[in-house]
Design a protein around this ligand. Structure first.
Ligand SMILES: Nc1ncnc2c1ncn2[C@@H]1O[C@H](COP(=O)(O)OP(=O)(O)O)[C@@H](O)[C@H]1O
Ligand SMILES: [Mg+2]
Length: 417
């Protein structure tokens, strides 16, 4: 249900954003159109005003209306200073664009006169035309004016606003995307957390019920006769209790990792020895599968300054994973080698492996490779998170190489200094 609401909100917001963009584009277009209309009006005012003035001047001085030829009209126009009058009126109409003009005969479109920059082939819709009948009814000519930079200057006029809108739009889109991602991240995190709680409950329930059943049986055993049985049951209780303790310790450790509250008590230790001891202790818990474990200690220098407790936990976590995530009897190989002023420890197994797309997440807190709804292998997803943080706290790093179904190899590098 929650999922549905989130998706609906996202779709509605995305549609609104698209709507906003379309509205914005519409208004920009409208603004350009209006600016164009406004400009055209002013340009015509200037052109018609100029011709009117010349006509008026012509009317008040009838001696000047002698020319009935096209060329005569042209000279008259020049005489009356079309150019300077037009220039004045253009400025009066608050047009600051440069212009070019031509006087053209209507009969055959031949150009009587043109300024240097006038191109007769320029866009017809951008030409301002005025016939000269009023000046001399016998001459059928027209004036054509173009403003070559006019479109560009209209765009320039609204350019700043356009840039501002684009910036605001980008900000809105980025924030929107960020919010969507963080909503999904939070959702995923809360799912992962509830998975973790389920897993943890499961992990604790098993030893608790084993202890309950075993202690019940123990109470019924006659202590004078069955010392063997008593020892066996007491051992089970002890082991289950230990398992629970380990789980709880791991959770508490994780809380410390989150708050950066852990402390490293480094001392000079022989890592080969430490690895062997850690794994020996771990083997007490390994009872269901037959493990074949081999050490390949090739490092000639194996002493390093590490925290023995955390370091053996690192090894235990890796070997425990190799044990848990194998289908048949696990084959585990531990390698050490000296490289780059430190020691590399590799834990290699022949287990189920990890698909490449999951490898980047396995060091995340609570992450477990999804196996559908059935989790036949118990775990909480904090082991490798702990391993990574602790390796890095020692100044080292960890990497994984694996192929699904073909085992996994975890390499830990610890520098000597
Ligand atoms: N050696 C391994 N082989 C295959 N998968 C592994 C191995 N080690 C870890 N994984 C995968 O990485 C996940 C995270 O491991 P970890 O943090 O130790 O959590 P947990 O073991 O509690 O599930 C595991 O759930 C498992 O899917
Ligand atoms: Mg683990």
């Amino acid at each position: 249900m929650r999922n549905k609401i989130i998706i609906i909100i996202i779709v509605v917001s995305a549609l609104s954003l698209v709507g906003l963009m379309i509205t914005q584009a519409f208004w920009v277009n409208k603004a350009i159109e209006l600016a164009q209309q406004h400009f055209e009006q002013r340009a015509y005012n200037a052109l018609c005003g100029t011709v009117d003035r010349i006509v008026k001047l012509n009317n008040t001085n009838p001696n000047l209306i002698t020319d009935t030829t096209a060329n005569g009209t042209l000279y008259k126009l020049k005489y009356y200073n079309f150019d300077s009058t037009f220039k004045k009126l253009v400025e009066f109409n608050k047009i600051h664009e440069p212009y070019e003009y031509a006087i053209i005969l209507n009969s055959n479109d031949s150009i009587l006169y043109k300024t240097a920059g006038f191109s007769p082939h320029s866009d017809e819709s951008k030409k301002f035309k005025k016939c000269l009948y009023d000046l001399n009814p016998k001459v059928s000519a027209r004036i054509e004016v173009i403003f070559p930079t006019f479109s560009r200057s209209i765009i320039c006029g609204i350019w700043n606003w356009l840039i501002l809108s684009v910036i605001f739009l980008i900000i809105i889109i980025l924030s929107f995307t960020y919010i969507i991602f963080s909503v999904f991240r939070h959702k995923k995190l809360s799912e992962i957390k509830s998975d973790f709680i389920n897993n943890m409950t499961h992990e604790l329930k098993t030893p608790i019920s084993t202890i309950a059943i075993t202690s019940e049986i123990l109470m019924k055993v006659d202590p004078s006769k069955n010392t063997d049985k008593i020892y066996k049951y007491a051992r089970i209780i002890h082991e289950e209790n230990r398992r629970m303790q380990l789980q709880i310790e791991q959770v508490l450790r994780m809380a410390q990792l989150d708050k950066n509250e852990y402390e490293l008590n480094r001392e000079e230790v022989d890592l080969h020895e430490l690895i062997q001891n850690a794994i020996e202790n771990l083997f007490v818990d390994f009872q269901q599968k037959k493990v074949s474990l081999h050490y390949h200690f090739e490092a000639t220098r194996s002493t390093a300054m590490v925290d023995p407790l955390h370091f053996s936990n690192i090894i235990k976590n890796l070997v425990d994973n190799s044990y848990k995530y194998s289908k048949g009897d696990p084959k585990i190989d531990i390698y050490t080698v000296n490289i780059d002023g430190g020691i590399q420890i590799s834990v290699v197994d022949n287990g189920i492996g990890i698909a490449p797309e999951n490898q980047k997440y396995i060091f995340d807190k609570f992450y477990r490779v999804p196996t559908g709804n059935v989790h036949d292998v118990k775990g909480t997803g904090i082991g490798l998170y702990y391993v990574k943080i602790m390796t890095e706290a020692h100044g080292g790093h960890i990497s994984v190489k694996s192929e699904q179904g073909k085992g996994a190899r975890f390499d830990i590098f610890i520098p000597f200094q």
